[in-house]
Design a protein around this ligand. Sequence first.
Ligand code: HDD
Length: 682
Amino acid sequence: MSDENKGNENKKQEQLEQFKVDDSNKKLTTNQGLKVSEDEFSLKAGERGPTLMEDFHFREKIMHFDHERIPERVVHARGSAAHGEFELYESMKPYTKANFLQTPGTKTPVFTRFSTVVGFRGSSDIVRDVRGFATKFFTEEGNYDLVANNMPVFFIQDSIKFPDIVHAIKPEPHNEIPQATGAHDTFWDWVANNQESAHQVMWLMSDRALPRSFRMMQGFGINTFRFVNDQGKAHFVKFHWVPVLGVHSFVWDEAQKVAGKDTDFNRRDLYDAIEQGNYPEYELGVQIIEEKDEFAFDFDILDATKLWPEEDVPLKIIGKLTLNRNPDNFFAETEQVAFHPGNVVPGIDFSNDPLLQGRLFSYTDTQLIRLGGPNFHELPINRPVCPFHNNQRDGYGRQTINKGKVSYRNNSLANNTPATSTAQEGGFVHYEEKMDSYKVQARSESFKDHFSQAKLFWNSMSATEKQHIIDAFSFEVGKVKSMNVRQQVVEMFSHVDLKMATAFATNVGATPPSNGGSNVTKASPALSQANTTKIPATRKVGVIMNNGFKDAEVKDILHGLQAKGIVYEVISEKQGVVTGENSVDMMVDHTFSTTDSVLYDALYIVGGSVESKAFHKDTTYFLKEAFKHYKPIGATHDGKKWLEENIMLTSPGVVVNDNNQKFVDQFTEAIAAHRHWNREVV
Ligand code: HDD
């Protein structure tokens, strides 16, 4: 265990330690343990002759290489993960008997994987898409998986339609274009002809689809689960993750540029934050509905295309997730982790949500092909931290050496063990729900309103967020080649909001809808990012400076920003150091070519007394980009002249102050605001 990770030990980490190998300073061997004497030249019949089959080292090395790849996840292929722990604030005993939710202060080791949904494993992080947020809790009663997304609703109501939506949104099958986006004909054709998607599509067109960081997005279990207490009483429950840093997003122009400038932006951000000790934190919230209130709402609480407005069903914050450790090996941990919403513990059970019911089949099934057989639970990352015993045997890659000759029940030779457990002993007993109905292939009438909550979402948006949604529709639907599909989309979304549909209809050359609209006037302020937490911590500032800068003042300001939790990188013309007017050197992190304006939350323009044409041009470019993306901009000393030249001095979110402390305070406040939407951008 490396020094910086000391103190983070937990049961899962101890278990993983047993499987870790450090190859440095060791002798090279074959997989049979034989020391190898030559690793560069294969065995040949003569220096210029053919390679010989008997070169077992060559054969083994190539054979292993040939088999290094496994199928990527059919959805959520691209992701990154971290270890951490979940700490309970408040006992959930009245609602659930789940052991890890009983005693405040209980800490449970976790592994969380974030992902995009549509793109292939090597695609960009910064695309318009839903994000996955899957957490494995290694509890004393077995693994509990909360397999969530960053949006609270889903595209479909019944799992049987999952292959259809995925086929429609993935790259088109004849030419495998486009990658990692829904901006193409088949997706929008599917949307217009499957109107249950309306609500989720509104979220997908919103800024939620462009998270600035995995650390700054919410997570939602979406499906309705059940909490069951030790008296056998059940409540319906939905799970939420709330990021301590608030929910923040890119703007679209910026997102498209980041996708090219740094494909790994969100992955790098997560990894770097953890290495820097800026551990991502999320509070766990639950919304609870009593069984007697199952039909008390104007939507069906089992419908995954509906959220439970927080104003109606309050969010109870019950604990905190802290991610404090990066994986040691991406493949072994992040790629091989296998989540499953069906991995539950006593006290957490399923509802009849038809989307959830289908998920319960899909996740094990997919691991069988992806991880090559039924023993994926034995992979170090997937093993529970409590003991597991049963009569399952053999299969590809089996690692456990089960002793004895009995692998069946009932038996007398092993006293009928492994034995089942009663509920009191911790055995999982399925919730006994009374069922009295016909077997039918149908959908409940109560699932048929597809537009009211789409409109609720629209009503809840700020003016800026609404404009972003119109812009997103205009871009995405504008990429559709079929005019007929464009028109169908316009007609469909006219049922959400006539003005919205009219606005994007004109942009995409479709005929504006003549009727439609919805009479829903309700809004849920909790859904708007305008109302999210705003704090400056961990924001990244690009500091543009050159030789001859005012060293004493600038150092003072940078210390001040650091004290507020802000991180910064020095950008200049050349790498190495920049030297201030009193010969103080500062290391340069990036040149204008190794980084870009879009990779920072804010810019601080310092300048310097020495300046070249190139420095002037590049600084102007960085500044204009940051301004266009509504980012906070600060300038002191020589830096001010760029603001004057570009007529930005009095714009919102632009900070200039000769007093160091005042500058730090004002700039920090501007950074905390994230973006300055009231700025005039032309
Ligand atoms: Fe799913 C992966 C989240 C509906 C079938 N899903 C997957 C992952 C997340 C979600 C976060 C990535 C897990 C990881 O990091 O390894 N999925 C959701 C949510 C849904 C949802 C929040 C709606 C409430 N999923 C859903 C349905 C089906 C699937 C309806 C199929 C019937 N999902 C899968 C899968 C995946 C998966 C094919 C692909 C890789 C994997 O499971 O391990 O089984």
